[in-house]
Write a protein of this length. Structure first.
Length: 159
């Protein structure tokens, strides 16, 4: 896959970071360049069908759509594979300030991981945090999503 063939979830974030239109930290720019280089030099595959399904899960949460950085991470972390068929990026470390959307990302990614779109049955999701309130918030978000009256019937078929 060449960098011009990147899934829009990956391409959009890289374009945002490298365009110079927004102020970004050097680490974000380095990450964008690194990801481009990996796609240009390695035999990587993005499971676009699964990624599109994962991105569609966000519509059941109050925010309706993920932020570009969240779509980028879902694409890389959950849906990008090397030539050996293993996840290219199996670890994720995201450090950011308050209010950037961490809990929403964690809740959405957790919902993706336990969804029928994940080929690993009975996938376990662990959430670690500095305190119980922080660890429980994404779980509460998922429960609220599943119990939202307008979605409950549909989602109960899948979860």
């Amino acid at each position: 896959m060449t960098s011009c063939d990147l899934h829009p979830a990956i391409r959009n974030y890289i374009d945002i970071v490298l365009s110079g239109e927004h102020r970004v930290c050097p680490e974000q720019e380095a990450l964008a360049r690194y990801v481009l280089r990996c796609f240009e030099t390695e035999n990587l595959t993005v499971d676009t069908n699964r990624l599109d399904k994962y991105l569609g899960i966000a519509k059941y949460f109050p925010y309706k759509r993920l932020l570009p950085w969240e779509e980028f991470l879902i694409a890389l972390w959950d849906c990008t594979y090397g030539a050996d068929g293993l996840p290219r990026w199996s670890d994720l470390f995201a450090m950011m300030a308050r209010g950037a959307g961490k809990d929403g990302f964690i809740a959405n990614d957790g919902a993706c991981s336990i969804s029928p779109y994940n080929p690993v049955p009975h996938y376990d999701v662990d959430i670690a945090a500095n305190c119980e309130d922080q660890a429980v918030r994404p779980v509460q978000d998922i429960v609220e999503m599943l119990e939202t009256p307008q979605y409950a019937t549909k989602l109960n078929k899948f979860y």
